[in-house]
Write a protein that binds this ligand. Structure first.
Ligand SMILES: [Cu+2]
Length: 190
């Protein structure tokens, strides 16, 4: 199982209207911009997903500031084959609980109802469901328009990324009825 994302693959997935990929390179450049600032074209953050609720689910989630929002790229492993899972940014950067309930609810700085990213009303931390392949792996990128890579009001740094046991129905309030929390990772500047 590969858990290492290639920047090239992320850029291919993110080709739409993005000029930043050309400069993303293969090296980390955290010194180039102060972590925690928002709006920087190069601000990045990462969450390492840890297994929760007795699962073997893990992975890595990267965030990079782009002109239209935050490009999120995830590599997740250890899921049941072909399974679908709710996937959100949660408000508290605390994955300490065995069931990850310590991460709190969905990150919702603007007080919106829960929904799908494409719907007018949704939490800033609402992301689309992720679907595992036949080997139980996920590789996906999404542009998250309501977030920044920073520590401000809409910032992902200091939040948590949660993978749920079940699919998000995009309508049940405020959780999407996505079931238990099977992996969790705290988002830190990178
Ligand atoms: Cu969630």
């Amino acid at each position: 199982m590969k858990q290492v994302l290639t920047p090239l693959a992320a850029c291919i997935a993110a080709t739409v209207a993005l000029a930043g990929c050309a400069g993303s390179g293969m090296s980390s450049s955290s010194a180039a911009s102060a972590p925690g600032t928002s709006g920087s074209g190069s601000a990045r953050a990462t969450a390492t997903l840890q297994p929760k609720s007795g699962t073997n689910t893990g992975g890595t989630v990267n965030f990079q500031q782009q002109p239209g929002g935050v490009m999120m790229t995830a590599a997740i492993s250890g899921l049941p084959p072909n399974s679908v899972h709710g996937f959100h940014v949660h408000e508290k950067g605390d994955c300490s609980a065995p069931d990850a309930m310590s991460a709190g609810g969905h990150f919702n700085p603007t007080g919106k109802p829960h929904g799908q990213m494409t719907m007018p009303d949704h939490h800033a931390g609402d992301m689309n469901n992720v679907t595992a392949d036949a080997n139980g792996n996920v590789r996906v990128s999404m542009l998250l328009p309501d977030l920044t890579v920073g520590t401000g009001a809409n910032g992902v740094i200091g939040r948590a990324v949660v993978v749920h046991k079940d699919p998000d129905d995009y309508k049940t309030q405020p959780t999407g009825n996505a079931g238990g929390r099977i992996a969790c990772g705290v988002v830190a500047a990178s």
